[in-house]
Design a protein. Structure first.
Length: 133
């Protein structure tokens, strides 16, 4: 699947209503509405990203007044999108995917020139331990 490189905004333009950091998640608030399964949307992050946001904070969306239910933002390969990849005043082309209990927003194209690389060198992921004093 190739991405449309045109600069034109899609017919389903969604402007975020807020951006915050909650429980180490970068939460992007979307306006109240029905986000239909397998439909495409252009989401614009209109607000500043909080200065306290860590680069490894997962990006999630909330919809309308419901600030407790979150929906992850995923790369086309279904990996998590982290805060270091998101910029304000930028358009992100996504497709909504739902199941019986939840859903996700999946990018149609990988974000170019991502400023971070959160990959681990191998599995299992090594843990660091602090020596006892």
């Amino acid at each position: 699947m190739s991405c449309n490189s045109s600069k034109r905004l899609c017919n389903n333009l969604i402007i975020s209503t807020g951006v915050s950091l909650v429980n180490n998640n970068l939460v992007i608030a979307l306006p109240e509405g029905s986000y239909v399964n397998r439909h495409n949307y252009c989401i614009v992050v209109a607000q500043n990203i909080p200065d306290t946001t860590q680069i490894n904070s997962p990006v999630v969306f909330t919809i309308g007044a419901d600030t407790t239910t979150t929906y992850p933002l995923l790369n086309p390969d279904c990996t998590t999108v982290y805060a270091c990849s998101i910029n304000k005043r930028t358009r992100y082309s996504v497709c909504v995917y739902t199941d019986v209990n939840s859903g996700a927003f999946k990018l149609k194209c990988r974000i170019p020139c991502s400023r971070c690389n959160n990959s681990a060198p191998s599995l299992p992921i090594p843990t660091t331990t602090t020596p006892a004093s």
